[in-house]
Write a new protein. Structure first.
Lengths: 732, 139
């Protein structure tokens, strides 16, 4: 039976349901020490002294490190990060010292006994203020707090706006969002006697960590081996090298014994590479018949105190900005800025939820102003297959029309409430996203090996990483169908290390099913060919089982192994300096429709129903594809309605689950998921990526529904009762 | 106390939590530590049949109690119907919340004290409904 397209349960589900899966919190190595990091309580300051004398008196302490004990190496996305800070702190939470001890209580007590003297410097927390002349500069080497400016343009922008029948404009404000992984971050380091490091690390980028960590430790990447334990959520949070990974390796080296660091929940909140605070100023112009004419954006993105992947979000935003909808003129400027706050990183959707809150809100404003149905307005300007966009995107499979129509037929206007203070409304919003990888590095490749053993078991060794999305199962289904065995005969070697697994740039950009899936499919196809070649060469009957064929090869001199390795790298390009290029081998569209009820007395918004339609190419596993949609939708709902890092003088005020409000079971409306299959020509079995797109349109769809219900346009997330209540009263 | 049907006798310091004792002293790693402040539900265990977050229970207060962790839910090598339903319905992604969620769902129709960041809860709802349907057809 074919398994692609079937609702095959996750291969690791039984282990997870019985508590047998092992996260970094659960691993124990002989002689293992526990580590704790001492962090700055000052948002910006000069380190005068760090005195560890008293800390050494705590029984059980085995090592204490400060900046002077470690390689003086600067590393990171923009080469502004160090593992332990020696001269300067730039945010609350900066790493000052680290202790390894026989138990965590001793490590904590030792940290408390370290005496730190910091001379405070003026700090800056808001992006606009950080760009003012005379603002405190975080990194003098850059000259100012401006990290980078991104530009993009196509068409005649001034003409577009001067010819427009209607122009809408607005400023959209988006908060920092916590990943909220249920499994806190952590890592375990051990060195062998030959000076080689093994890091047990729930990272999303095992092969890039090898390189980045080697740089931070000043050793060869060839001396680093990465093993991923089970990963307790990621969503982009584990997409970079972070100071704790270098620190735990340095402590293990110093002590000569394994060292583990596991973050407490408040530490996880304080160090999470949050979704960046973003301000989008946008204007959109249309003709009277509903033809889009132009869009013009000026965007600020907060990097926090050190530059990580948050700084990359403008590059993803511009991909949507230049490609989404047929829009003849577009101008884009985005600046990334350092402030004395938590460094920002990658988060599912990666800039797209931020940009499309603005773009899709204005699509609705224009539709309303021009008296056109919002779905018809989008259809009129929709991308189509076989189109090359002005930004250089090549559209192959395209289900945009289908997802819009799927929502139109399923989203019904509710009857008005009998209570006059409860207003009901509906709204929609759409998404464009990469679905065939994203060439943000020079490589977007992945390697896979498929071997068949003499019991007929198929083993898949692949570089890709499972963060809960079901990579393992999808790869098994693909290999099973190519070779012609049931999924139960396939094992994916997820526990293998970087010595054995094959190159992959990591789990990000919704790329794994497409990229790794193609690698596995091609390797399995080659392995199948080897089996059939062997069957023919050895004159075995057509009905001889696979294990018999393999054994026949293993049990003869000059026999052959059934094993095939393939590297797949999609036919795409990186963007050029003007941000033009075809970064993905396939693109994907989605549309969400929502029904809301707004309590005009309290400002409370309740989402009653969601329809989520996504062009997935082909659902390798519909159950897990729905899981990606539902999970993304609810994470996006939290971003739109509840979640926000509340800062006071640079310190997060709500760093616990109790007051950082993530959606819970009581918040879940009825969700109807529609998977539209467009059979992508390049995707494995026609599949495209689905990991990120579902988090994107839910927020603007809710905002559009609030506008429909009340006539009030919300331009700031989260749309809390207080913000909605104030907006209903003219923002008093 | 009794843990997963086995009588356990321990001498423990009075400040230690049931979570620490189950995880560290008894090696029951399926009891997940997500926050230690009672807000996420990942460390939920059944204490005399009732779901409690073990991070907020002082271990000495569990003296004499009967504790069930996820490791003790399967009986005679057969998974509990709730475990079966979570697997079959796709209610598990990263799996960190899963043991606590399954134990809470044994008695609560809407385990609202248990956070999940991956699934969007939809398939968890479906799994709970499925378990109720198969184990309590007329309830």
């Amino acid at each position: 039976m074919k398994s692609v397209g079937q609702r095959v349960p996750k291969l690791d589900a039984a282990d997870k349901a019985t508590g047998k899966s092992r996260y970094v919190q659960d691993l124990r190595l002989a002689g293992m020490l526990e580590a704790k990091i001492l962090r700055s309580k000052v948002p910006h300051g000069r380190i005068v002294s760090i005195d560890v004398t008293e800390a050494w008196k705590v029984p059980g302490v085995r090592a204490i490190l400060t900046a002077k004990d470690i390689p003086a190496k600067v590393w990171g996305y923009s080469k502004d990060q160090v593992a332990l800070k020696g001269d300067r702190v730039r945010r609350i939470g900066d790493e000052l010292a680290a202790v390894a001890a026989t138990d965590i209580e001793a490590a904590i007590e030792a940290c408390e006994r370290i005496k730190v003297l910091i001379e405070p410097l003026p700090a800056v927390y808001e992006m606009e203020a950080a760009l003012e002349p005379g603002a405190p500069v975080l990194h003098e080497a850059r000259g100012s707090n401006l990290v980078q400016t991104h530009h993009y343009e196509h068409g005649k922008i001034e003409e577009a706006f001067s010819n427009a029948a209607k122009i809408v404009e607005g400023t959209f404000i988006l908060p920092a969002q916590q990943h909220g992984c249920l499994g806190p971050a952590g890592a375990i380091a051990e060195w062998d006697a030959n000076g080689r490091l093994t890091l047990h690390d729930p990272t999303q980028i095992p092969f890039l960590v090898q390189r980045d960590l080697a740089e931070a430790l000043d050793i060869s990447p060839a001396d680093i081996r990465l093993v991923q334990p089970c990963i307790g959520g990621a969503f982009g949070a584990r997409l970079d090298l972070y100071p704790h990974e270098a620190i735990v390796a340095l402590l293990a080296k110093k002590t000569g014994t394994p060292v583990r660091i596991v973050f407490s929940r408040d530490e996880d909140f304080q160090t999470d590479p949050v979704r960046p605070r973003t301000v989008v100023r946008l204007r959109t112009a249309a003709a009277a018949d509903g033809t889009l004419l132009g869009r013009d954006a000026d965007i600020l993105v907060d990097c926090g105190a050190y530059v990580s992947w948050g700084a990359m979000t403008p590059v993803v935003m511009v991909n949507t900005f230049g490609n989404f909808y047929q829009c003849p003129a577009a101008r884009y400027k985005a600046r990334t800025v350092c402030t004395n706050t938590q460094p920002t990183g990658a988060f599912r959707g990666f800039g797209n939820p931020e940009l499309l809150f603005a773009m899709e809100s204005q699509m609705d404003e224009l539709a309303k102003a021009l008296h056109i149905d919002p779905i018809d307005f989008r259809l009129k300007n929709a991308n189509r297959s076989e189109e090359t966009t002005p930004a250089g995107g090549r559209i192959t499979s395209c289900g945009f029309k289908e997802v819009l129509e799927a929502v139109r037929t399923r989203l019904k206007r509710p009857a008005a409430s009998a209570l006059p203070h409860l207003r009901r409304g509906i709204g929609i919003a759409a998404v464009f996203h990469v679905g065939g990888g994203a060439r943000i590095y020079r490589s977007d490749g992945c390697g896979a090996t498929v071997k068949v053993d003499d019991f007929g078991k198929v083993v898949v060794i692949v570089g890709a990483t499972d963060i809960g999305q079901g990579m393992e199962t999808a790869m098994a289904q693909i290999a099973a169908d190519e070779i012609g065995v049931p999924v139960s005969m396939v094992r994916v070697a997820t526990q293998a290390d970087t010595d054995i697994r094959l190159w992959d740039v990591g789990v990000h950009a919704s790329r794994t099913t497409f990229i790794a899936g193609n690698a596995v499919r091609l390797a399995a196809k080659e392995a199948k060919k080897q089996i059939e070649d062997a069957r023919a060469a050895l004159k075995l009957p057509a009905d001889a089982s696979i294990d018999k064929v393999v054994r026949a090869e293993h049990f003869r001199q000059k026999g052959r192994l059934i094993v095939a390795s393939v590297f797949y790298d999609p036919p795409t390009t990186m963007v050029d300096k003007a941000n033009h290029g075809n970064v993905s081998a396939a693109y994907t569209w989605g549309c969400h429709g929502v029904e809301v009820e707004v309590d005009t007395e309290t400002g409370q918004v309740v989402v009653k129903r969601i329809v989520a339609a996504h062009d997935i190419g082909k659902a390798i596993n519909p159950m897990h594809a729905e899981g990606q949609v539902e999970g993304g939708v609810i994470q996006g709902l939290g971003y739109a309605l509840f979640e926000e890092c509340v800062l006071k003088d640079g310190k997060m005020q709500n760093g616990f689950f109790l007051d950082y409000r993530m959606p819970g079971l009581r918040d879940i409306p009825e969700i109807e998921t529609v998977l539209v299959e467009t059979n992508d020509p390049e995707g494995p079995f026609g599949a495209k990526g689905i990991g990120e797109a579902p988090i994107v349109p839910i927020g603007p769809a809710i905002a559009n529904a609030i506008a429909d219900a009340t006539g009030v346009r919300m331009r700031e997330f989260p749309m809390t009762p207080e913000r909605v209540w104030r907006a209903l009263r003219g923002n008093r | 106390m009794t843990v997963n049907g086995n009588i356990v006798a321990l001498e423990i310091e009075p400040h230690r939590t049931l979570l620490e004792v189950l995880r560290n002293d008894l090696g029951l790693a399926g009891v997940r530590e997500g926050c230690s402040t009672g807000d996420c539900g990942a460390c939920t265990v059944l204490v005399n049949g009732k779901p409690l977050v073990s991070c907020l229970v002082l271990a000495p207060d569990a003296e004499g109690a009967s504790i069930t962790t996820i490791e003790g839910l399967a009986k005679n090598g057969k998974l509990d119907p709730m475990q079966e339903a979570f697997i079959a319905k796709g209610a598990i992604q990263c799996g960190f919340c899963t043991p606590g969620m399954i134990l809470a769902a044994k008695t609560e129709d809407v385990p609202e004290g248990n956070l999940c960041r991956c699934t969007g809860y939809k398939k968890i709802q479906e799994a709970i409904r499925e378990e109720r349907r198969t184990t309590r057809p007329q309830a």
